[in-house]
Structure formats: structure tokens, C-alpha cells
Design a protein around this ligand. Structure first.
Ligand code: ADP
Ligand code: MG
Length: 317
């Protein structure tokens, strides 16, 4: 199969929302009036972000999901994507499953694949996502203010717990692993939440590197500090069984790959935010508050600060 047959067969679909999609030297895209373009790129590297034998359908899902999550964190609506892919070989069964995983999520969010690049090489997936958002309503990292409440969506820590199991750092039962593996393999981007928070949140980020690491980026950008309440952090029944162990605690505070949103908002918007959670069927939990100063302190049930060892993933540390 030639490179062009491969692109045609696996990566070319109708793109009614683009002026020009796959097949020319560049795609042509028109943003709706009043909106600006939100652009983000995320790369998944075999051996770093996934195991080389990972299920291709799930990889296709995840390669797009992590990018949709960045749109969610900006309050943007994702509209188009490009895909740069390096493949060791043109394995048709693999490509079939990978593109099925990619396009099923793309279709769910109305995202069109409008271009990319295809080369031979060690398996590597790089998606760029293009979304739109009214300029003044983008959810940035630098808007948190002292007095804001800190919120997190969904449950955190399951993806890290599933990964710890795959790395044999913990031994989950089959049922426990089955319960937390979807968080690792098929994260659900919180796009509707991001849009709903546009006029409400002061700042937002998606949790890809761990709660403390990612909230830390908001704190640094906004030049504020935070106090979090460990007992109210939302984690799953499976993780509850391990929360007394350092590894369980690490999954909740420093585990990555959850792709939930962490955001801050004025306390006066508390009830509205709870209502958004109810409308979306997505638990939203107030986990603490923003304070003047710097750094993040996590308190246990008796109000004592918890010492945290690992603080999120850093490729070069
Ligand atoms: P160029 O030579 O201009 O780099 P290519 O030959 O690499 O173009 O690609 C031909 C067309 O196919 C372009 O429109 C490009 O955007 C698209 N394309 C290449 N790879 C992919 C892919 N993996 N997914 C979607 N579109 C792709
Ligand atoms: Mg090319």
C-alpha cells in the first residue's frame, strides 16, 4: 500500500466544516465570527505514553482525547484536527482499528480531520487540535484570585492506579483493574464543562500530569497559593481501598492522565457550578480555596498538612 493509499483509506473523511480538508498542501479553515482560534498539540510516543502493543482502537481514542481535553481546559469548542503519524509499517489491521478509535471520538465531538503527515518510523502520534472560543471568554491559567474556590471534575487517580498495576507497582484484582482501566485508556474529555464554565471560572487546566502539578501551573501563572482538603478529594471506590497506602495517596495527588478539569471560580458561583455538574451528570467537587501567597498545602482530616513526595510527571527530571 502506498503512502497516499494509506492516507486515503484510513485518514480521509468528509469535512463539511472546512473550506478544504485532506488532499492539498494545506487545509483551509474559517473560524466563526467573534471567535478566536484555540490551537494545541499533544504527542503520544510509544514506550513513553503507551506500551508498544497497546490496543490501536484505544490509542486512536486517546491521541484525540488528550487534545480535546486541552480545548476543554480553554473553554473552547474543538472543530478540526491534524494528525502526524510515524508508523514502523503499514499494518492494515492496526490502521483500521486505530482510525476507528480516532474517528469514533472525532464524530462524537463534531471534529474533522483536515490534514496531517504520514511517515515510516518508530510509532509516534501527534495530533494538533483547532478549536474556537470568544476571545474574552477563554479559560486561562493566569486568572485565579485569592478567595476563589478550587474545583475538580469527575474522579481523580484511577488512571494512575491502573498504570501502577501495569507497571507492577501494585497488584489489583481483575475486577479492580477493570474498574479503573477505562480512565487510563479511554479518558473522556470535559468539553461541555469547559464551555459551561466560560463566564464563571477565573482559571482552568486539565489534569494530565497530576492534580498538584497541574494546579501548580495555575498558581504559578496567577501568582497565588492554595489550600486543599484531602478528605473531600473525589476518588473511586477502588482507590479508596488503597488510600491508606502512600501509592494510593500519590495516585490522587500526583497521578497523571486523568484528563479531568481543575478550575477556580468565585465562591459566589458555587451553586451555579453545582447545577452545571448536575445538568452534565458529572460530579464537580470543591476541593479547597485559593489564597494569597504561593504554593499548595494539602490538609488531612485533622487539619494537619500532608507531606507529598512525588509531584507529577516531568519528562526531563
Ligand atoms: P505534503 O507533501 O504537502 O507534505 P503529504 O503528501 O504529506 O503532503 O500529504 C498529502 C495530504 O494528506 C495532505 O493534505 C496532508 O495534510 C494529508 N495527510 C497526510 N497524512 C495524514 C494523516 N495521517 N491524516 C490526515 N491527513 C493526512
Ligand atoms: Mg507531508
Amino acid at each position: 500500500m502506498s503512502e497516499f493509499d494509506l492516507i486515503k483509506r484510513y485518514f480521509t473523511r468528509a469535512t463539511p466544516n472546512a473550506l478544504l480538508g485532506v488532499g492539498d498542501d494545506a487545509a483551509l479553515l474559517q473560524v466563526s465570527s467573534g471567535n478566536v482560534l484555540a490551537v494545541s498539540t499533544d504527542m503520544l510516543v510509544s514506550g513513553t505514553h503507551f506500551f508498544p502493543d497497546a490496543d490501536p482502537f484505544m490509542l486512536g481514542h486517546k491521541a484525540l482525547a488528550v487534545n480535546l481535553s486541552d480545548m476543554a481546559a480553554m473553554g473552547a469548542v474543538p472543530r478540526w484536527a491534524t494528525l502526524a503519524i510515524a508508523l514502523p509499517e503499514a499494518d492494515e489491521a492496526w490502521l483500521e482499528r486505530f482510525s476507528a478509535g480516532f474517528f469514533s471520538l472525532a464524530q462524537q465531538y463534531g471534529v474533522e480531520l483536515v490534514g496531517g503527515d504520514t511517515t515510516r518510523g518508530p510509532l509516534n502520534l501527534c495530533v494538533t487540535i483547532f478549536g474556537e472560543v470568544p476571545a474574552q471568554q477563554a479559560l486561562r491559567r493566569d486568572g485565579a484570585q485569592a478567595g476563589d474556590e478550587v474545583w475538580v471534575s469527575g474522579m481523580i487517580g484511577d488512571a494512575a492506579l491502573a498504570l501502577a498495576h501495569l507497571q507492577r507497582r501494585i497488584d489489583l484484582s481483575e475486577a479492580e483493574f477493570a474498574a479503573c482501566a477505562p480512565a487510563l485508556h479511554q479518558p473522556q474529555p470535559r468539553v461541555a464543562l469547559g464551555v459551561a464554565l466560560r463566564d464563571i471560572a477565573h482559571s482552568a487546566i486539565d489534569i494530565s500530569d497530576g492534580l498538584l502539578a497541574d494546579l501548580g501551573h495555575i498558581l504559578d501563572a496567577s501568582q497565588v497559593g492554595a489550600r486543599l482538603d484531602f478528605p473531600v478529594l473525589p476518588f473511586s471506590p477502588v482507590l479508596r481501598g488503597y488510600i491508606g497506602q502512600p501509592l494510593g495517596r500519590e495516585c490522587v495527588l500526583s497521578g497523571g492522565d486523568d484528563y479531568e478539569l481543575c478550575f477556580t471560580a468565585p465562591a459566589t458561583r458555587h451553586a451555579e457550578i453545582s447545577a452545571i455538574g448536575a445538568r452534565l451528570g458529572l460530579p464537580l467537587t470543591c476541593i479547597g480555596k485559593i489564597v494569597a501567597g504561593q504554593g499548595c498545602i494539602v490538609h488531612d482530616a485533622s487539619g494537619d498538612p500532608i507531606h507529598v513526595e512525588a509531584v507529577g510527571y516531568d519528562h526531563f527530571r
